[in-house]
Design a protein around this ligand. Structure first.
Ligand SMILES: NC(=O)c1ccc[n+]([C@@H]2O[C@H](COP(=O)([O-])OP(=O)(O)OC[C@H]3O[C@@H](n4cnc5c(N)ncnc54)[C@H](OP(=O)(O)O)[C@@H]3O)[C@@H](O)[C@H]2O)c1
Length: 334
């Protein structure tokens, strides 16, 4: 009898989640029905948006059910199939993460081709949801143009590190990044090719950003919200554009945080601040995959991940990612 080990949410966190809000459960899997596949996951994704799914609140994705194995991005190999669409050995991308073995109708699994020289986790990071988020946010939402000055927050993370590298490749005049440690700041200007970077923990962003951007900024890729968004509004040039991708500084807050105190500048500077969710921009996928595959092959985009071993460590991996222990995409190797 095949089994699957999965992680369940058992209580809804208030503020920072605690490992006691989760439990690991081993279940026996039923025999495959016609048209189903069984998949051994190779990597599962832990992402900031999952924090929102731990709340019992209406959002663009439903909350995780208490006592059910959580879902999330995963990539794995088909081990058994009763479907004509997929065969044993196929690499598939799907949303039955937070478990080592997944099973279900073949239609819920998308076959992807292994990329020579790269681990399959690339489909959770640079060539996956986080890469597409960076691309859609920069090109479609912020309408980045050559010679723009671009500021990216959360810049050493999965989306941010990709957005910053893409901004450089798309002809930005200056790419400024913020991150939460000196090591990450060195990575930004060294490995990822940002022109300037600062540690947001060293001094207020409102002091550090103007110093890094003497000519102002044209595009802001916002992963953080709060103090970062406020500082960006201060230094925006006329017709500046922000892609509001996330606000991770607020995901574990128990009180509502004050909004930017300078929203009136949106009027005088003709600014556009536009939110987006990547799932509404999946039509960009073919164009994105073509460009990103080329950049990965040429080495123009550096592919970085923080890999944690074992399903039993997935909750800790999620908590560590929320606290900034990762550079690039945090994934769990099964
Ligand atoms: N709109 C969409 O469709 C979409 C899709 C994917 C992701 N997102 C959003 O994009 C953002 C980045 O996601 P990701 O998957 O790439 O995660 P990530 O950046 O790889 O990991 C999260 C990072 O957030 C930083 N962080 C945590 N608390 C912070 C705070 N108070 N202030 C500033 N930085 C903080 C940490 O880095 P430091 O060490 O630098 O603090 C941590 O490494 C998140 O806001 C996420 O919700 C949106």
């Amino acid at each position: 009898m095949a089994t699957s080990t999965g992680i369940q949410l058992t209580s809804r966190p208030n503020g920072w989640p605690d490992p006691s809000d989760f439990r690991t459960v081993r279940t026996e899997l039923p025999a495959l029905q016609a048209g189903e596949v069984r998949v051994a996951n190779e990597f599962i994704s832990v992402d900031p948006y999952m924090r929102g799914r731990m709340n019992d609140a209406k959002s663009y994705v439903p909350p995780f059910e208490l006592g059910e194995t959580m879902e999330g991005g995963a990539v794995g190999r088909v081990t058994e199939s009763t479907s004509d669409e997929l065969s044993a050995g196929d690499l598939v991308l799907h949303s039955f993460g937070w478990r080592d073995v997944a099973q279900g109708p073949a239609g819920k699994f998308r076959k992807v081709e292994p990329v020579e020289g790269l681990p399959s986790s690339v489909y959770l990071s640079a060539l996956g949801m986080t890469g597409l988020t960076a691309y859609a946010g920069l090109t479609r939402i912020a309408g980045m143009q050559e010679n723009d000055v671009v500021f990216v927050s959360g810049a050493a993370g999965a989306v941010g590190s990709t957005a910053g590298q893409m901004a450089r490749l798309l002809g930005a005049k200056q790419v400024i990044g913020s991150a939460g440690s000196a090591e990450k700041v060195s990575l930004l200007t060294g490995k990822y090719g940002f022109t300037d970077a600062f540690n947001y923990k060293d001094a207020p962003v409102r002091e550090q950003l103007p110093a890094a951007a003497p000519d102002g900024i044209d595009v802001y890729f916002d992963n953080v919200g709060g103090d970062h968004l406020e500082a960006a509004i201060d230094v925006f040039n006329t017709h500046g554009r922000a892609a509001l991708c996330g606000a991770i500084s607020q995901y574990n807050e128990t009180e509502k945080s004050p909004g930017p105190d300078n929203m009136f500048q949106l009027v005088g500077k003709n600014l556009t601040l536009r939110g987006f969710i990547v799932r509404w921009h999946e039509d960009l996928q073919p164009e994105f995959v073509e460009r990103m595959s080329g950049w990965l092959r040429s080495g123009d985009v550096v592919f970085e991940e923080t890999v944690v071993d074992g399903i039993d460590n997935s909750v800790q991996a999620f908590l560590d990612m929320m606290a900034g222990a990762n550079t690039g995409k945090m994934v769990v190797k099964i």
